[in-house]
Design a protein around this ligand. Structure first.
Ligand code: NDP
Length: 505
């Protein structure tokens, strides 16, 4: 990303929108004065700049978050925290469309999805606002009857959130809303491709009246995330992104024993049995791999289809996929936008070529669209690869693009075996009308979310997270709140008698 880094004084195009970082309640540029550009993937043009934070900026944000913990935020009641979070939720609503447009311009995700995501944000903040004053400890009947023993659920402290580019504010909400409800303070680091929506969102935090330092945003390219996870003042790191970076994040957090929640990649199977409603299943497969241009961690990138219905399913998919309307992601009619950035487009192209060299057949797509209207954007056709074996790299590695690998099976046993033959375990879907089989298979699949006769459905009160290398911990729901709390046990001696000092109680 260094070629995108320019000094503010050298800014080539004054038309670029520049947003500042939000640290300790102030709008600031990087100490170095450097900025980086973000590219609109629909036209390949730079459209915005953001500050390039270095380690000193990151430390400033973490220090501010630490101070806020022991300041007015720390002394606020849970109910008061809930009031502020609710105020934030109310402020998001009138700005939802604007936030959706900013995000779509940054990452190319179609506006019909970003609008839906933004419209859902208030409910997530409301859910956790309501949970804030329902955080309870326990009283425990310990065997030492001369003690009154109870627990308190306390905020874990300063949270660092490292976010990806595919759904910045949607993913931020499932981290920030519970963290605030728990009483934590927060430093967000959006991805270098998509800093703008998080910086814009910070204006709403400011307007809602959160005390300075409770929420901070640092932006940067390349090294900023690493500087944040390495900060010893960070108590918890919550990360969404690739498994490779998740490993680096976890190692860095381990250096100062910070807790981690990791939401990582996937290679999720969409499993269709012969008795399934084929139309519904085909629709689910389309949603799984072509919605959001396949750039989602829950992408149903492996189609596992029974051999007896393989031809019928692939034929229908091959009819529908080329009809997907690609175009300006800001146009409500567009169904599939561009790939988010140039390197990601190259990655998608690389995997399609790799699949072919491994022996797969391109059923449809496989290249950039010929349409001249789309020539400037990072578009790639919806692509179906058939004849894929689960041992091929296209079936094992996350492509993060509109590329479906079709794999056949002959028995339920084999479907489960192939479904589970992955290092990942984020999601899976089972398509069948047989209710016993549906549950049986759902129980045997190793993944954090299983859909039966559906795909790509999530909610703020339903836990979400991965098995295996898809992650650690859960977001959303009460488990998502637990992730930002730590338990303190308190022992109160009731009798005033002295104890044997050399014996454990
Ligand atoms: P990364 O996982 O590398 O980036 C995600 C976030 O991590 C970004 O904010 C990034 O910052 C930050 N980051 C990068 N390196 C470090 C580090 N050493 N320490 C702390 N933070 C770091 O994803 P990419 O954008 O590189 O995409 C690569 C692949 O990741 C995709 O092709 C896809 O397979 C997968 N991915 C998965 C996502 C998911 O939802 N599970 C989301 C996005 C990507 P910066 O942008 O500044 O480098």
């Amino acid at each position: 990303m260094t070629e995108n880094v320019v000094a503010i004084a050298d800014r080539r195009n004054s038309e670029l929108q520049h947003r500042k970082m939000y640290i300790d309640g102030n709008w600031v540029d990087a100490i170095s004065g450097e900025v980086f550009e973000t590219i609109n993937p629909y036209n390949g043009q730079a459209w915005a700049t953001a500050p390039l934070a270095g380690p000193a900026d990151v430390k400033k944000a973490v220090d501010a978050a630490r101070r806020a913990l022991s300041g007015p935020w720390g002394s606020m009641s849970a109910a008061q925290r809930g009031v502020l979070i609710r105020r934030l939720a109310a402020l998001i609503e009138p700005h939802a469309d604007e936030l959706a447009r900013i995000e779509t311009t940054d990452n190319g995700k179609v506006i019909r999805e970003t609008r839906g995501q933004m419209a859902g944000l208030p409910a997530t903040y409301e859910f956790f606002a309501g949970a804030a004053d329902k955080i309870f400890g326990d009283t425990i009947s310990a065997p030492q009857t001369n003690f009154f023993t109870y627990t308190r659920r306390e905020p874990i402290g300063v949270v660092a959130a490292i976010l990806p580019w595919n759904s910045p504010l949607f993913l931020l909400a499932s981290k920030l809303a519970p963290a605030l409800a728990a009483g934590c303070t927060f430093v967000a680091k959006p991805a270098e491709q998509t800093p703008s929506s998080t910086l814009e969102f910070a204006k709403l935090i400011d307007e809602a009246g959160f005390p300075p330092g409770v929420f901070n945003v640092v932006t940067g390219a390349g090294d900023t995330g690493a500087a944040l996870t390495a900060e010893p003042g960070v108590d918890k790191v919550t990360f969404t992104g690739s498994t490779a970076t998740g490993i680096a994040v976890m190692k860095s957090a381990a250096d100062h024993i910070a807790e981690v929640t990791l939401e990582l990649g996937g290679k999720s199977p969409n499993i269709i049995f012969p008795d399934a409603d084929i139309d519904a299943a085909v629709n689910g497969v389309m949603a799984g791999i072509f919605a959001a241009t396949g750039q989602t961690c829950i992408a149903g990138s492996r189609l596992l289809v029974h051999e007896s219905i393989r031809d019928a399913v692939v034929e229908r998919l091959a009819q529908r996929a080329p009809q997907i309307k690609m175009g300006d992601p800001l146009d409500i009619e567009t169904e599939m936008g561009p790939i988010a950035f140039a390197e990601q487009l190259e990655k998608v192209r690389f995997y399609v070529d790799l699949g072919v060299s491994e022996g797969a057949t391109v059923v449809c797509g496989g290249e950039r669209p010929q349409d001249t209207d789309l020539a400037d954007g990072y578009f790639f056709q919806p692509t179906i690869l058939s004849g894929v074996d689960n041992s091929m790299r296209v079936a094992r590695e996350e492509i993060f693009g509109p590329v479906l690998s079709v794999i056949t099976f002959t028995s339920e046993e084999e479907a489960v075996q192939i479904g589970n033959d992955t290092t990942y375990g984020l999601a899976a879907a089972v398509w069948t009308k047989d209710v016993q089989r549906a549950h049986r298979v759902a129980h045997r699949l190793n993944a954090g979310t299983i859909w039966i006769n559906s795909y790509r459905v999530l909610a703020n009160n339903v836990p979400y997270g991965g098995f295996g290398q898809s992650g650690i911990g859960r977001e959303n729901g009460i488990e998502g709140l637990d992730a930002y709390l730590q338990t303190k046990s308190i022992w109160v001696e009731l009798t005033g008698e002295s104890r044997d000092p050399f014996k454990l109680g």
